[in-house]
Write a protein that binds this ligand. Sequence first.
Ligand SMILES: CC(C)(COP(=O)(O)OP(=O)(O)OC[C@H]1O[C@@H](n2cnc3c(N)ncnc32)[C@H](O)[C@@H]1OP(=O)(O)O)[C@@H](O)C(=O)NCCC(=O)NCCS
Length: 169
Amino acid sequence: MEIVRLTADYELKPFDCGDADLNGFLLNDAKNYAEKKLAFTFILEDEGRIVAYYSLLNDKISKRDTSNAAWRRMKKLFPHQKHFNSYPAIKIGRFAVAKEYEGQGIGRKLMDVIKMRLFAYEVSSAFRFLTVDAYLSAVPFYERNDFKMVLSDDDDEHTRMMYFDIVHL
Ligand SMILES: CC(C)(COP(=O)(O)OP(=O)(O)OC[C@H]1O[C@@H](n2cnc3c(N)ncnc32)[C@H](O)[C@@H]1OP(=O)(O)O)[C@@H](O)C(=O)NCCC(=O)NCCS
């Protein structure tokens, strides 16, 4: 298996992760997002088949988007002199594994690869957190991958804001 970056000339093949929005993003929007520099998409391929994909974009966790309690927790990660109003992050805008590959540890391995690639060598701009707006059904998956809730009382109907602290690697 290998990870390739989605470019304009990449020949997309069928992909079904069981979620119409995530399927539609890959098949209809991802190239446009890349062209407009809104998110870059990476595809995990196996012998020409699309096993999984993810999209990345820059982000921040900011005081404005959290509760007072959540922000106090976040600030505790930093020394007093580094108590800013926001901290840099990279967002996992989309993440999906094809249905026929689900439950085989591929999501976990791919998440480890994302963390290592970003941490070790692939970005030249600093970031402290990986963030994700996790579908409610996928929250346990992110928890298994050491993501934490930004808000302890997040009551969004569809997603939870979660983060992974990259210094934990
Ligand atoms: C959620 C998703 C990415 C998980 O990928 P996967 O390859 O099936 O997950 P893995 O097999 O690597 O599982 C890793 C761990 O998470 C757990 N897990 C995965 N999905 C889970 C779920 N929906 N509920 C509870 N636990 C889950 C697994 O049990 C496993 O735990 P373990 O390490 O203790 O055995 C995949 O099911 C998917 O793409 N779903 C549809 C799209 C989606 O929801 N994407 C997330 C958008 S925010």
